[in-house]
Design a binder for this molecule. Structure first.
Ligand code: GLU
Length: 477
């Protein structure tokens, strides 16, 4: 039974890299009919965890990758918030001390800093010198009873090759000689990430740990902890880092890293999920568009890349435009409606969207297409100068009269009407098309003129042509 987890620290927002990690976990769970769990790792900070959990759940649910079990959801392995599990960690730390795999360390931060400085001065790598390992159990107990501040450290063996058999990278070897005696319990009694994550992954019966590559160097310590506890370790898969276009780790300085920011900008969850899926995973063919169910179908850990991926905003915009072009009209209407202060009729909005979907990237651009909702009051000056001729007012009046008489209002009927008038007057149709567009929209560009007129409807087009003929006085200087 596959059980995977997303284990964010509550920073107040969900990082896009975090969403990718959550997504890959979700995909594996769905693919294998397993369980996707959310655990909040809050042993490091005293934040408002309730809100943070809410934010994370909200962002995950927006993206369509809600957990099956865990924080905010419940389940048989709770609590799923680490600050509510301190007793468990304390007991497990005590077990390791008891077994001789961990020891209390009384070195103060000042002492440690001084020793590190000395090591650096001598050109050595700064590692804990393990001096508290030498204390006898009685000595240690005496100092603890006397109330001396201490941490618990794990014993790292001197010379051992620790192998992480990573599902993405294959076997990765680490020499224990470069691994520090990791602190497992801090002086405030809180566990460090390492102890808490290992204990929880075991107790929550996690089968696959899928997380960012930045945790790979911690994994040898975790494997030792599994060994010390006598537990079977899960499988590990470390996901490639996400870089900016300068090939540096994506950070706040590159702009938005919060999922919320993309949501607010109007990116669709389909687009962000599709985009993130492809940073670090490839389907093995040249397909670039995947819905969530298609991702579930196509995903495999074997196809996760070893090398880092790039967060390329142009690509995200490209994918976003794909979804604007292809999602059902009703879906887009539902998403565009909240962007309006006073929304038009949904049926009319649907027509506008179908006409303009090739030309917009975000739904909030739809209310900005002003001429669909109001007769133009001004006309783009540049277009006016270029396109409105002395004869235009008279032509528009004549065209309006003919349009008014049409019994069918279609793309074909209005086009035929315009061409007939052009022919009678021995004009190039463009001499009618350009001023007509300006008169009905106030601007010089848009979707096809006759398609636009069809959506705007007969009364509006006739009225607008007459208003422009009246209003626009030539010569325009
Ligand atoms: N709490 C860690 C983080 O914030 C989780 C690392 C892991 O998945 O083990 O990324």
């Amino acid at each position: 039974m596959t059980r995977v987890r997303f284990a964010p620290s509550p920073t107040g927002y969900l990082h896009v890299g975090g969403l990718r990690t959550a997504l890959y976990n979700y995909l594996l769970a769905r693919k294998t009919k397993g369980t996707f769990l959310l655990r909040i790792e809050d042993t490091d900070q005293n934040r408002l965890v309730a809100d943070a959990t809410e934010n994370i759940l909200d962002a995950l649910s927006w993206a369509g990758v809600s957990p099956d079990e865990g924080a905010g959801k419940g389940g048989p392995h709770g609590p799923y918030i680490q600050s509510e599990r301190l007793e468990t960690y304390r007991n497990h730390a005590a077990e390791l001390v008891e077994k001789g795999h961990a020891y209390p360390c009384f070195c103060t931060p000042a002492e440690l800093a001084a020793r590190r400085e000395e090591q650096t001065r001598q050109g050595l790598s700064s590692m804990y010198d393990r001096r508290c390992r030498a204390l006898s159990r009685d000595q240690a107990r005496g100092r603890i009873e006397a109330g001396e501040t201490h941490v618990i450290r794990m014993k790292i063996p001197d010379e051992r090759t620790l192998v992480v058999d990573d599902l993405v990278r294959g076997p990765v070897e680490f020499s224990s000689a470069v691994v520090d005696d990791q602190v497992l319990v801090k002086s405030d009694g809180f566990p460090t990430y390492h102890l808490a994550a290992v204990v929880d992954d075991h107790l929550m019966e996690i089968s696959h740990v899928i997380r960012g590559e930045e945790w790979l160097t911690s994994t040898p310590k975790h494997l030792l902890l599994y060994e010390y506890f006598g537990w079977e370790p899960p499988r590990f898969a470390h996901l490639p880092l996400i870089f900016n276009r300068q090939k540096k780790k994506l950070s706040k300085r590159d702009g938005d890293v919060a999922v919320e920011a993309y949501r607010e900008k109007g990116y669709f969850p389909e687009a962000l999920v599709n985009f993130l899926a492809l940073i670090g995973w490839s389907p093995g063919d040249d397909r670039e568009f995947f819905t969530l169910p298609e991702l579930v179908e196509a995903f495999s850990i074997e196809r996760v890349n070893k090398s880092s991926g790039v967060f390329d905003l142009d690509k995200l915009n490209y994918i976003q435009r794909h979804y604007v072009k292809t999602l059902p009209t009703e879906t887009l209407v539902q998403r565009a409606l909240p962007c309006f202060e006073s929304p038009p009729e949904p049926a009319y909005l649907g027509q506008i969207i179908d006409l303009m979907r090739e030309r917009v990237t975000f739904m909030h651009e739809v209310p900005a297409l002003g001429y669909f909702y109001q007769d133009p009051e001004q006309y783009d000056e540049k277009v006016l100068k270029k396109r409105w001729k002395e004869s235009s007012s008279e032509l528009m009046t004549a065209f309006a009269r003919r349009l008014e008489a049409l019994s069918a209002w279609t793309v074909e009927s209005t086009e035929a009407c315009l061409r007939a008038l052009a022919e009678e007057r021995e004009l190039n149709p463009a001499e009618l098309i350009h001023p007509t567009r300006l008169a009905i929209s106030g601007v010089g560009a848009g979707a096809g003129l006759f398609e636009t007129m069809e959506v705007l409807g007969q009364p509006a087009c006739v009225r607008r042509l007459r208003a422009a003929a009246d209003r626009i006085q030539l010569p325009v200087a």
